[in-house]
Design a protein around this ligand. Structure first.
Ligand code: ADE
Length: 237
């Protein structure tokens, strides 16, 4: 059964976006979409808009700048998505959500799919969250103009873990975050670039030594750049 992605958005034309593109020679998400490895259902919030102008937002109660997405409109789109895709987890992309992690992404990839609600404007009327089962998720401590880019981040991160999406299955395991460490440095030809050589160990043919070097580099980079991750890793090992 193919992995189901359902996106609720005010910008349906923004999808599949980057997910529809394949890199030459690699069966990435675009080709995988064509081949039915995953499916994409786009639900346009505008279709649930009120009145002649299909309006979806209104001014914030209590005053202030910007517009707020109406709870009744958001809920109608949500209900349609959930009815069409029963059992899928529903994420709402918002900077106030829980930070997205590789662990959460892996769990999504291991499941049947995901419904992603893209917020726009200043936010969504809180009564939407009060009345619907939604997991609010952030992709980082910065503010985007809407959840569409964030939704594509979630889908990209999950899809590349699905069988048939990424070329070499091993490259999903051997990388940043999957072991709790950042990735070691990579090299390829030419042997020398602007006076910089490839470390001898990588061309020695000694696989055990290569593995040990990579592990050491991963640990060093994580210690220097992400002390938060390093502390967690140290406790685990
Ligand atoms: N929408 C706006 N900013 C966002 C963020 N940082 N993460 C997820 N969704 C967002």
């Amino acid at each position: 059964m193919s992995w189901q992605a359902c996106v609720i958005t005010l910008l349906p034309e923004a999808f599949p976006g980057i997910l529809g593109h394949s890199l030459a020679g690699r069966a990435l998400a675009g080709r995988a979409l064509d081949e039915g490895v995953w499916s994409l259902d786009i639900i346009a919030l505008r279709d649930f808009g009120a009145g002649k102008h299909q309006s979806v937002d209104d001014t914030p109660s209590g005053g202030g700048a910007g517009m707020v997405l109406r709870a009744d409109i958001a809920a109608a789109a949500y209900d349609k998505a959930v009815a069409a895709h029963p059992g899928l987890p529903v994420l709402a992309m918002t900077p106030r959500g829980k930070p997205l992690t590789q662990q959460r992404v892996q769990a999504l990839a291991d499941g049947p799919g995901v419904i992603v609600f893209c917020s726009r404007f200043e936010g969504v009327d809180e009564r939407f969250y009060d009345t619907r089962m939604v997991e609010e998720v952030s992709i980082g401590d910065y503010v985007l103009s809407g959840g569409e880019v964030a939704a594509q981040v979630v889908l990209d991160a999950a899809l590349r873990l699905r069988p048939g999406v990424m070329g070499d299955a091993r490259s999903g395991e051997d990388e940043s975050f999957s072991a709790g460490l950042l990735e070691y440095p990579h090299y390829t030809r030419p042997a020398e670039f602007e006076g910089h050589n490839i470390p001898d160990i990588l061309t020695s043919g000694d696989h055990a030594k290569v593995d040990a070097w990579r592990q050491e580099m991963s640990e060093q980079i994580t210690r220097e750049r992400r002390p938060d991750l390093w502390e967690i890793y140290k406790k685990k090992t």
